[in-house]
Design a protein around this ligand. Sequence first.
Ligand code: ZN
Length: 336
Amino acid sequence: MGEDLDRFKEHIPLLEYLQRHHWRGHRAGTGPEFVGLCPLHPETRPSFYVNTSKNLFYCHGCGRGGDLIRFVELFQHLSFRQSVAHLQQVLAALARSRSVSQLLEHAAAFYQLELHRHPEAAQYLQRRGLHDSTLLQELGLGYALGGNLRRHLSGLGYSLDQLLEVGLITPQGRDTFCRRVIFPCREPDGQIVNLYGRSIGTAFPHRLLPRSKGSLFAWHSVQHFSLVILVEGLFDLAVLWQAGFRNTTCAIGTHLSSTHLAQLYDPPGRTVYIAFDRDDNQAGQRAAHRLALHLKSLGFPVHIVHFPQGQDPNSYFVAGAAAADFNACLEQAEPL
Ligand SMILES: [Zn+2]
């Protein structure tokens, strides 16, 4: 019950509830207060105040006030228990009307809170060379333990069908992500389009939801640079950002979609440094060369960055490289 009440407070703003019931209020001054006619009794002069930051109401006419539950009790003439049931329905209706990006936003926020609750996640990030907590926060990094997301999102009113459709749970009803570090993938307008999960265990390392990857990663902030560094993986991106190379972006893999190419090309003339993995089997080098030729044919100035054998940007930094070393790599990059 207490959990329910916290959820209502967090996800059903009192003002929104009132407005859905046709209450008209206007701002009272510059603070978080709104004022309008009291919906609990007839009156001609506004005496009903709503504090949107505290989510509380008070009427100077009838002297009644309180939180959302109290308002529902008075307005709908329901008992406390009935009011809770009523708000559960309101929450479910809200969840049905929410978009996929809002659902992914809720999932990402949950995973983000979880990151600090499970030492194995923090240890994994340390091993991958990530220690800047501000950066982790900025990237919205989270941790999927597995087995607890479905319950959390159901509690917010989402139906199993919605979770299944987006791919957050499997057809067997289990969480899709289990023991994975989660990166939310956002469009330049801030909406989340997908979640990338990197296994910290023995499962297949990479996993995205069965949806479009969307834009180049973090394109919102990278698009302002006239020289960009393109890496294969999000851990490569994270360590480079941590080292100060904020002009790094990533297509999650070595293939660029037409959306990605269009983004790089806007505006034309952008220089691209390809910093893919240097694999022992040459896969990364071949992919880099293929992409470089393609970009060159489209008119991009292109350079290929070379790492020591068997390394990628992430492992290069974990092995002790500093920003100056990577700068040297950029200077020695092979122009096409
Ligand atoms: Zn009143």
